[in-house]
Each structure stands twice: as C-alpha cells, then as structure tokens.
Design a protein around this ligand. Structure first.
Ligand code: GAL
Length: 376
C-alpha cells in the first residue's frame, strides 16, 4: 500500500465528543432558534479540535480509500477530529451521511460527491447550521453553499489522455495514415466527466475532423460514451458490443478511457475478442488514477497510459483549505474563474496531473506512492 494510507479508526473519545457536541448543538439551537431562522446563522464550534466530516463516494476504487484515510490522518495531525464515511456509490446513502454529519454539528464537511447535483437540498441545511463545505475532487453543483473546491486540473487530465493517443499513433508525423478509435467517457453525474472529455477532445478532434482518426462505431458524442458510476463492468459490456457490431473485419487502434477501472474493463473485452496475442496487439488504451492494477497492466504491456493524481497532495490541500476556513484565515486558491456550479463560481485550488506510461512508472516509486515490488 501507499506509505501514507492507514486505516483511520474512530476513537471512543471522538464518538463521545461528537455526541457531546450534538447535545450542545441542540441546547444552543434551542437557545437561539430565533437567530437560526433569521439571517444570522448558528455557527458550529470551529477552530482546532472541531470535527470534520469526510464524505467519500465508494471503497470500490483504491483511490477513494486512500483519499479518505490520508485526509483523516492529516486532519488528525492538524488537531481536528474526523468522521469518515463511504456511500457505496449510492446517492441516497451519501445524502443521509451528509445530513447526519450536519445534525451532529460537524464544523466542516469535505465531500467527494457521488452525484454532483444531488446535494442541493441537504446543503441548505449545512448553510442553516453554519457548516462549511469543501467539494473534494468533484465539484458540487447547483448550490451556493460550497466554500471551496480542491481538485486536479481536470481539463488537463483529459488533454494528457488525448495527446497520448495522438503521439503514440504519430498522427502529426504521418498525415496520410488513418486509424480506428473508440471513445469512453466517465459518469454523466460527475462534473469532472465533461472536463476530461473536453480536454481529450481538444487533442483528438482535429484528427477526427481530418479523417485520420475514425470512430468505427460512429459514437462521437459524450452522451453516447458515458459510463454510469465509472463502472468497469459497464465499460466492458459496451466495448464487447462495439467490437462485435463494428469491428468484424477491422481492428481498433486506440481507445480513449477516462479512468483505470474503465480501462481494465475495456482491456478484458479486447482480450476476449482476441487482442493481446502476438498477431493482434492491444490498442492504445489510456486511463487515470495510476491504480495499482493499471500500473501493473502498463508494465505488462497491456494498458498503455494512465494519469497520476497524487491523492496525498490533494488530501493535504483540502486540509490546508479547511484549516484556514476553520481558524478564520484566508485559504489559498489558484483558480477563481473556471468552476461555475450554476449559482456560484467556486474558488478552487487545482493540482497538476502527470501522464504515466511504461517509460516512467518508476516515478510512482520515486514519489513513494508504490514500492518497486508492488508494481513489478
Ligand atoms: C473522478 C475522479 C477520477 C476517478 C473517477 C472514478 O471524479 O476525478 O480521478 O477517480 O472519478 O472514481
């Protein structure tokens, strides 16, 4: 496992203190009900020692496990208590978890949304309680009750994927050669999906327009390519279908995949259809997250590329923003224009993603993300 990941167990003291806080909250609210209904809102106790709720989407992907545990560790090191919850990728679970965190009086929530547009109502309650909210990795849409956004440069993630295909097929150097490509997009309810798609298309579209890249299935629109909840099995079924319907007598040369879990599903479908042997190499398949199974797949010559987003750095950034918000400081942002969620342009801090292929998987070892033995 990665160095900083650890399993964040809740201590009895945390539970006791959360219960005490909830009681205090009820008492305080009873005392200032007038204020809570009027404009001046109740503020849960901020500052060091406050409890931070960490609402993560799923444990089915190792990145979210690492995100949650790294944040729990860093928050605790910074003097906060934490309440880490996973929603099993179910919208209703996440709403219930967030509601519960607000009711318990947590001072701040860090939320990686299952469905970016489904939290509008529950975040009204956060506003009423004075609970601050940081959108983590995925922007929360349709509400002004989001104080900050911590993520990676999502457009750039997509550009790294698209450009990898352009470079690997040497499209610029060989303008007369044509290739077949298929396109996959992320979950339609995740705001990142459009950014990844736009970035990838900015690299691929010129070659699709010139005819150098042909989408064999004709499915060139994002809404034809999305993969609900980023599910690898769903992607595998779509790839099976594309291969059997459109590639009877042709080969696919590249597959744009936005995420490693999807890439592995695509590669399984390709393998079942005869790719991966000496006479029929795998097409170029991209990815994202540098998940261990995909890094191994890259080193084994199957998946060709992934995008490394160091979840430890993102966790640290979220903790820095939260610490500033909770102690009356000024959080640092580096993008205050691009992340408009409808009612609000949410101030963001974006980190840099890094493209990984077989030539630089060693970087993941040098950075301490994996050990050499793990990725070998
Ligand atoms: C996105 C995230 C990606 C990937 C994907 C599936 O929101 O930015 O890094 O993890 O979800 O989990």
């Amino acid at each position: 496992m990665r160095k900083r990941v650890r399993h964040g167990g809740r201590s009895v003291a945390t539970v006791v203190s959360a219960t005490a806080m909830a009681v205090a909250l009820v008492v305080t609210l009873a005392g200032c009900g007038q204020e809570a209904r009027g404009g001046s809102r109740y503020q849960p106790e901020g500052g060091k020692g406050a409890t931070v709720g960490l609402a993560m989407p799923t444990k089915s992907s190792e990145r979210w496990i690492a995100d949650g545990e790294n944040m729990a560790e860093s928050f605790e090191e910074a003097g906060y208590q934490t309440d880490l919850q996973y929603a099993d990728d179910k919208v209703e679970n996440q709403i219930a978890q967030v509601e519960n965190m607000i009711t318990q009086g947590h001072a701040l929530l860090v939320v990686a949304a299952v469905d970016g547009a489904a939290l509008t109502n529950v975040l009204e309650q956060a506003e009423q309680q004075g609970t601050q909210v940081i959108a983590y990795d995925r922007l929360i849409m349709g509400t002004e009750h989001v104080d900050a956004y911590a993520s990676f440069d999502n457009e750039r993630v997509g550009r790294l994927q698209g450009q990898y295909i352009v470079d690997a097929l040497e499209l610029e150097q060989n303008p007369n050669e044509t290739f077949n490509i298929e396109l996959f997009a992320g979950s339609p309810d995740d705001n990142n999906t459009q950014f990844f798609w736009n970035g990838a298309m900015s690299a691929l579209r010129p070659y699709m327009e010139s005819g150098q890249l042909e989408v064999g299935s004709g499915q060139t629109r994002m809404n034809q390519a999305t993969t609900l909840r980023w599910d690898g099995g769903t992607a595998q079924r779509r790839m099976d279908d594309l291969l059997s319907r459109h590639y009877g007598n042709a080969e696919v040369d590249a597959v744009l995949s936005p995420y490693d879990g999807i890439s592995l599903g695509i590669i399984s479908a390709l393998r079942s259809s005869g790719y991966g042997g000496a006479n029929q190499p795998y097409p170029i398949v991209t990815g994202q997250d540098a998940e261990l199974a995909s890094v191994k797949s890259i080193n084994a010559g199957q998946q060709r590329q992934t995008v490394f987003k160091d979840t430890r750095k993102l966790a640290d950034r979220a903790v820095q923003i939260a610490d500033a918000l909770l102690t009356g400081g000024e959080p640092e942002f580096n993008n205050t224009t691009d992340y408009d969620n409808g009612p609000k342009v949410v101030p963001a801090y974006l980190l840099d993603p890094v493209s990984i292929d077989e030539s630089n998987t060693q970087l993941l070892v040098d950075e301490g993300y994996y050990t050499a033995g793990q990725i070998g």
